[in-house]
Design a protein around this ligand. Structure first.
Ligand SMILES: *Cc1c(COP(=O)(O)O)cnc(C)c1O
Length: 368
């Protein structure tokens, strides 16, 4: 009997998440210096983290011989001020991906269904499968979540619904009116989870807070990985009713959010100017890349986030050819194989990526 035969059979069938390629690996494989590789693959903040937040993190580093405060009270208090809720309505995660997993642990049983859009962020489906639940995928016309169709797909078995708005990888968002009507229409046995990973990029983001206050079965998730520029620290959070949060706390490991991450996140929340600056820069970057693509003759999916889905034809080929030029982007799954996802970089990085993309597309048309 080999080791794998001892594993839970579900694990052997579990699809594996494909992260963006690291800079060092691409540098090694293609003979670049790491500093000459341009990574536009994981929707990170190209301007980095708030300097004030990093200072707070460096200070916290002095105390890393101590365990973190287990419940992350100081950060939860800061979040409570930020969202005008109670600290007991927040849970911290090792990235907001961990909150998705906690929702799975707490609520999913075999035979339960998780409802997602067909082009939604893939982690919801991975967590559903890991827990032995089923993932029901609803079509997304125009690459946008169709909340009417999702409402129709709700069954007796539906337990969790995940809605990322804006969504990754499509960049599309739903309106406040759409989401409100959808949440209000859901039956008692369904939990609605809003993934707000890119909410800070919106001018006027939808907020679940009124629904949380009403005592609805809802949960929202946010992350410090995107506009706050702290992806490497792994810190995110969820908010919901005190009952929701205390259920999730039961499934959480004792010190899941580390002390440096907690302190840095507090610093990041205190530096609203940095967030505003990065939002404005991102908007300019979206315009720059959209216009640049139009000049090359490429369509993009209008995005409300910090990345663009570009229609390049053979997404995988163009990904490889860009990578050979030192530009890392993100290839898409088969259902989006004509597209490539490009994160918005600094003005200079965008310029370089557009130039490379232009030359790749030109070579491809002359070759064929
Ligand atoms: C990046 C991202 C997250 C956040 O991941 P972390 O685990 O917090 O780094 C969550 N949801 C979506 C849709 C994302 O794109």
């Amino acid at each position: 009997m080999n080791l794998s035969q001892l594993a839970n059979p579900r694990i052997l069938d579990q699809p594996v998440y494909q992260p963006g390629k690291p800079i060092e690996q691409v540098a090694r494989e293609h003979g670049f210096r790491p500093e000459d590789v341009c990574k536009l693959a994981s929707n990170e903040n190209p301007w980095g983290s708030s300097p004030a937040a990093l200072k707070a993190g460096a200070e916290a580093l002095k105390s890393v011989f101590l365990y973190p405060e287990g419940s992350g009270l100081a950060l939860r208090q800061k979040l409570a001020q930020h969202h005008e809720l109670d600290p007991a309505q927040f849970i911290l995660g090792n990235g907001s991906n961990e909150i998705i997993e906690l929702l799975g642990h707490v609520f999913l049983k075999p035979n339960d269904e998780v409802l997602v859009g067909e082009h939604a962020f893939v982690v919801y489906k991975l967590v559903a499968l890991l827990m032995g639940a089923g993932a029901v995928e609803v079509e997304m016309p125009n690459l946008t979540h169709d909340l009417k169709a999702m409402r129709e797909a709700v069954s007796e078995r539906t337990k969790l619904i995940f809605l990322p708005s804006p969504n990754n990888p499509t960049g599309t968002a739903n309106t406040t009116a759409e989401i409100s009507a959808f949440v209000s229409s859901l039956p008692e046995h369904v939990i609605f989870c809003l993934d707000e990973a890119y909410a800070e990029y919106l001018d006027d983001p939808f907020t679940l807070v009124p629904f949380v206050r009403e005592g609805r079965k809802v949960m929202a998730m946010r992350t410090f990985s995107k506009i706050h520029g702290l992806a490497g620290l792994r810190i995110g959070y969820g908010y919901g009713s005190p009952e929701m949060i205390s259920l999730l706390q039961r499934a959480r490991q004792p010190f899941n959010a580390n002390s440096v991450a907690q302190a840095t996140a507090i610093g990041a929340l205190e530096d609203g100017d940095w967030v505003d600056l990065c939002r404005r820069r991102n908007r300019a970057g979206l315009e720059q890349v959209t216009e640049g693509c139009a000049k090359i003759g490429l369509e993009v999916v209008p995005s409300q986030a910090n990345f663009l889905l570009v229609k390049v034809g053979d997404g995988k080929k163009v990904f490889e050819e860009l990578q050979a030029r030192g530009i890392i982007t993100r290839p898409m799954p088969p259902s989006l194989n004509e597209f490539l996802r490009i994160s918005i970089g600094t003005e200079e990085q965008n310029e370089r990526a557009l130039k490379a993309l232009g030359s790749v597309m030109k070579e491809r048309t002359t070759d064929s």
